[in-house]
Design a protein around this ligand. Structure first.
Ligand code: ARG
Length: 471
């Protein structure tokens, strides 16, 4: 096949080289961005008098028909045409004749691919922002529906202090809301228009870059043509955001896997979100959680791959940069899948409140509260810690919990104990007492829920701006 760039070549490209250098198998998903970008470019060329109005119309009609055909599944992408840009351009010339060849005036594939990827990124950000928002909404719903439920909070995976289940879940809301804000940063750095940089140095034609930016709804244009064609920071930033988000989902996955084990039995995931075993009839496996945890590895891998690809690349475009897309696309797909399946799974999860309670009644999660009680009676905290440590040892040795120790036993350890210690050790008291800002008391968690709802509203407003900024 004759190449669009074939002029200086005397021999055909080796078939394996064609296959090796081609990106059409994966960059065809940017067809819409490529065509809309070309249309904006053509209109700009027409308006600036670089091509005639008649030529502009012909090009626009041709591009429109290609878009329709691709969307209808009536378009064959050719490996020999390397990438989405040349597949579209070659077809355009076939359809409208040599005037199609005028489209690439004042443009290079280097700024073209940068434009397409920026546009694609903005669309992906809109979709992912919505999904984070949905998942946060699920978390708020589940937290609000289980306001009274108390479970042990853990450090070192050892029972530590009682917490409200809603407090535990809202911790994930906070992580996701920071992810949302990080994504907003990626939006800002993706919302910059590279076209007009040409191959690297700008162009000899009197173009209007601002017009293209306005048409394609970009907030600004790249200030430096060399930067415009070689910047992949926004992709690295997206992959970092995605890695952090996946790590958050992975940690939640790990907790749900633990909680749904027979050993914990804190929750039961809905049948719709679990799978069985081909040999063990009793099994109900938390595959969704495990897969999300597993897929975190590949997303972090894509981040490492991108950083490693860019490290050491000289200015400006290098073919290495074609490697930016597969990892990016796979990350976008992985995030979309993980977030949407999670939002539904959380809502379907059954909470075993009795089991959580039974575990708490049977352990030492209220030990800090016993120490705090003595502190309120005037004992320095370090001494209180030591007294309670001895009480815990006594309780373990005599197979009791702290509330079951007799007042005489306690008085032998410290004269400050009084009958009101029993009330102080009640699990509800332990929760209620942690009323410091951001703590697990009922009042604090109610306040937190309210703030989360405000955050959701603020995010909804940002999503509206992403809708406005997308074409
Ligand atoms: N397929 C290429 C990429 O994804 C497009 C840009 C190619 N430019 C070039 N001069 N070879 O990076």
């Amino acid at each position: 096949m004759t190449k669009l760039w074939g002029g200086r070549f005397t021999r055909d490209t080796d078939a394996s080289v064609e296959e090796f250098t081609s990106s059409i198998s994966f960059d065809q998903r940017m067809y819409r961005q490529d065509i809309l970008g070309s249309m904006a470019h053509a209109r700009m060329l027409g308006k600036c008098g670089i091509i005639t109005q008649a030529e502009t119309e012909q090009i626009l009609d041709g591009l429109k028909s290609i878009l329709t055909d691709i969307e209808a599944g009536n378009f064959t992408f050719e490996i020999a045409l390397e990438d989405i840009h040349m597949n579209v351009e070659k077809c355009l010339t076939e359809r409208i004749g040599p005037v199609g060849g005028k489209l690439h005036t004042a443009r290079s594939r280097n700024d073209q691919v940068a434009l397409d990827t920026h546009m694609y990124m903005k669309t992906a950000i809109l979709a992912i922002a919505r999904l984070i928002h949905d998942m946060e909404q699920s978390i708020v719903e589940v937290a609000a529906a289980h306001k009274e439920i108390i479970l042990p909070g853990y450090t070192h995976l050892q029972r530590a202090q009682p917490v409200l289940l809603s407090h535990h879940l809202l911790a994930y809301f906070q992580m996701l809301s920071r992810d949302f804000d990080r994504l907003a940063g990626v939006w800002q750095r993706s919302d910059i228009m590279p076209l007009g940089a040409g191959a690297l140095a700008g162009t000899t034609f009197p173009i209007d870059r601002q017009m293209v930016a306005d048409e394609l709804k970009f907030a600004k244009i790249y200030e430096n043509s060399m930067d415009a064609v070689s910047d992949r920071d926004y992709i690295v930033e997206f992959l970092s955001f995605a890695s952090i988000l996946m790590v958050h989902l992975s940690r939640l996955s790990e907790e749900l896997i633990l909680w749904s084990s027979t050993e914990f039995s804190f929750i039961e995931l809905d049948d719709a979100h679990c799978t069985g075993s081909s040999i063990m009839p009793q099994k109900k496996n938390p595959d969704v959680c495990e897969l999300v945890r597993g897929k975190t590895g590949r997303v972090v891998g894509h981040l490492m791959a991108m950083l490693t690809t860019l490290k050491g690349l000289p200015m400006t475009y290098n073919k290495d940069m074609q490697e930016d897309k597969e990892g990016l696309f796979d990350t976008i797909d992985t995030l979309k899948f993980s977030l949407s399946v999670y939002a539904a799974m959380l809502k379907g999860m059954k909470v075993n409140a009795d089991r959580m309670r039974q575990v708490l009644d049977d352990d030492f999660s209220n030990a800090t509260d016993m120490a705090d009680y003595l502190v309120r009676k005037g004992l320095p905290f370090r001494e209180a810690h030591s007294v309670v440590g001895k009480a815990v040892r006594l309780a373990i040795e005599t197979k009791r919990n702290l509330a079951e120790l007799a007042l005489e036993d306690l008085l032998a350890l410290c004269p400050l104990f009084e009958a009101d210690i029993l009330a102080a050790l009640r699990i509800e008291t332990c929760i209620e007492a942690r009323n410091s800002a951001g703590g697990t008391s009922f009042a604090q968690v109610n306040l937190a829920l309210e703030k989360c709802r405000h955050t959701l509203q603020r995010q909804q407003a940002m999503i509206e701006t992403y809708i406005q900024g997308n074409i």
